[in-house]
Design a protein around this ligand. Structure first.
Ligand code: ATP
Length: 369
C-alpha cells in the first residue's frame, strides 16, 4: 500500500463555521481523485488539512494507514502544487526544482540526475538555466510540478493548478497531467471548481457543498445519476422540473403521466431532471411514449451543437441540445414539436420541487453545454 489517503470524520471550523464538516473519504493508491465544488465549499481547506498546513478540530487523516496528526507538513509523504506556482524568481528553473532536495541530503550528482529527470517528465529539458520570468504561465506551472515530483511524493495535492491559464492551454495541460499521473502511478488529489476539468481527468470525484460531500463516484456515475438537484445543476446542464410522483417510477409532468427513474419511493411534489442531450425532439404527431408537446421558443447556434428552447405548458422552458449536422434544423419559432424523455434519463432528483427557472432565471447564450 502506498498513497492511500483516508479522512475519518474530519472537521475544521473557523469560529462557529464549519469549513470542513465531518467528512469521511477513502482515496485509493494511484487514483486521480478530484474535490469539486463552488467557491467556499471547503475544497482548499480539505487539501490543506491533508498537507498539514491546517490542524483539524476533530477526526483523523491517515496516509497508508498512518495517522498524520503528529507529522509536520514537510515530513508527510505528500507535496502540493498551487495555482500561483510559488517559484523563486531569483533562481533558475533547475535550482527551483532542486530546492526541495536540498533538505533531503541528496548527493549532488544524484540531485542533478533527479532534477533532469523531473524536467524531462514535464517536457522542459534544456530550460534549466532560464529564470521563471522567461517562461510562459504554462511552463512555470510545469516547473512547479517538477519541483513537487522530484521529491517522489506518494500523494500529490493540486490546488486549482491550471486556474491561471487560458482555456486552450488548460485543456492541453489537463491531458498532460492525466497522462503524467498514469505514468507515475501516484495518487493525485485535485481541487477544482471546474466541472468539465474534473470530469475529463478524474477516476472519481467528490462533489462538495458547505463543507460536506454531497455525492461521490466516477464522472459518469455522477453525471448520469445525479443524486440531488444541486448535483444535477452543478455538473453539466440539466432541465429541472416540478412534477408529482404518482407511483413507483411514475410522475405526472405537463399534464401527462411519464415513466422515470425512481428515488426511494418518493411521493408528492418532486423535482425531476433530464440532461438536454437526452431529450428527443420530433414532429408533433410523433406519438411515442413518454412525450410532451411544446412550442419552439428559440434555436441558438453553439458551434458543434444547437440549443433548442421549447416551452411546454405547465412545465416551462425545456432545453434540448442536438448535434449540428450541417443541414438546417427543421423547426423554428413558433413550431410545435414533441419532446421525448427516455425513461432511464428522466430522474427524480429531489423530494421537494425546484425548477430550472428558479436556479437560472435566464438562458445565457454563452452558457456552456
Ligand atoms: P475556493 O474555490 O474559493 O478556494 P474552497 O471551496 O476551496 O473555495 P475554502 O477555501 O476551503 O473553500 O473555504 C471554506 C470556508 O472556510 C469558506 O467559507 C471560507 O470563507 C472559510 N475560510 C477558509 N479559510 C479561512 C480562514 N483562514 N479564516 C476564516 N475562514 C476561512
Amino acid at each position: 500500500m502506498s498513497g492511500v489517503v483516508e479522512l475519518v470524520d474530519l472537521a475544521k471550523y473557523y469560529g462557529q463555521n464549519p469549513a470542513v464538516d465531518h467528512i469521511d473519504l477513502r482515496i485509493e493508491d494511484g487514483e486521480f481523485f478530484s474535490l469539486l465544488g463552488p467557491s467556499g465549499c471547503g475544497k482548499t481547506t480539505t487539501l490543506r488539512l491533508i498537507a498539514g498546513f491546517e490542524r483539524p478540530d476533530s477526526g483523523a487523516i491517515l496516509i497508508d494507514g498512518v495517522d498524520q496528526a503528529g507529522t509536520p507538513p514537510h515530513k508527510r509523504p505528500v507535496n502540493t502544487v498551487f495555482q500561483s506556482y510559488a517559484l523563486f524568481p531569483h533562481m533558475n528553473v533547475a535550482d527551483n526544482v532542486a530546492f526541495g532536495l536540498a533538505y533531503q541530503d541528496v548527493p549532488k550528482a544524484e540531485r542533478n540526475g533527479r532534477v533532469a529527470e523531473a524536467l524531462e517528465r514535464v517536457h522542459l529539458s534544456g530550460m534549466g538555466s532560464r529564470k521563471p520570468t522567461q517562461l510562459s504561465g504554462g511552463q512555470q506551472q510545469r516547473v512547479a510540478l517538477a519541483r513537487s515530483l522530484v521529491l517522489s511524493p506518494s500523494v500529490l495535492l493540486l490546488d486549482e493548478p491550471l486556474g491561471a491559464l487560458d482555456a486552450k492551454l488548460r485543456k492541453a495541460l489537463q491531458v498532460e497531467l492525466k497522462r503524467l499521473q498514469e505514468d507515475l502511478e501516484i495518487t493525485f488529489i485535485y481541487v477544482t471548481h471546474d466541472q468539465e476539468e474534473a470530469m475529463t481527468m478524474s477516476d472519481r470525484i467528490a462533489v462538495m457543498t458547505e463543507g460536506t460531500v454531497e455525492q461521490m463516484g466516477t464522472p459518469s456515475e455522477i453525471y448520469e445519476a445525479p443524486r440531488s438537484s444541486y448535483i444535477a445543476d452543478f455538473l453539466g446542464v440539466s432541465n429541472l422540473m416540478y412534477a408529482d410522483a404518482v407511483g413507483p417510477g411514475r410522475v405526472r409532468l405537463g399534464g401527462r403521466e411519464l415513466g422515470c427513474v425512481d428515488r426511494d419511493g418518493a411521493t408528492g411534489e418532486v423535482t425531476v431532471s433530464i440532461r438536454p442531450e437526452r431529450v428527443g425532439i420530433h414532429a408533433p404527431d410523433f406519438g411515442g411514449e413518454n412525450t410532451l408537446v411544446g412550442e419552439i421558443e428559440r434555436v441558438v447556434f453553439a458551434g458543434p451543437l444547437l440549443n433548442v428552447l421549447v416551452t411546454v405548458e405547465e412545465v416551462g422552458t425545456v432545453q434540448v441540445t442536438v448535434p449540428n449536422q450541417g443541414g438546417s434544423f427543421p423547426w423554428d419559432w413558433p413550431d410545435k414539436v414533441a419532446l421525448q424523455f427516455p425513461q432511464d434519463a428522466l430522474r427524480i432528483v429531489s423530494e421537494t420541487g425546484t425548477a430550472t427557472e428558479e436556479l437560472e432565471p435566464e438562458y445565457h447564450e454563452d452558457q456552456e453545454v
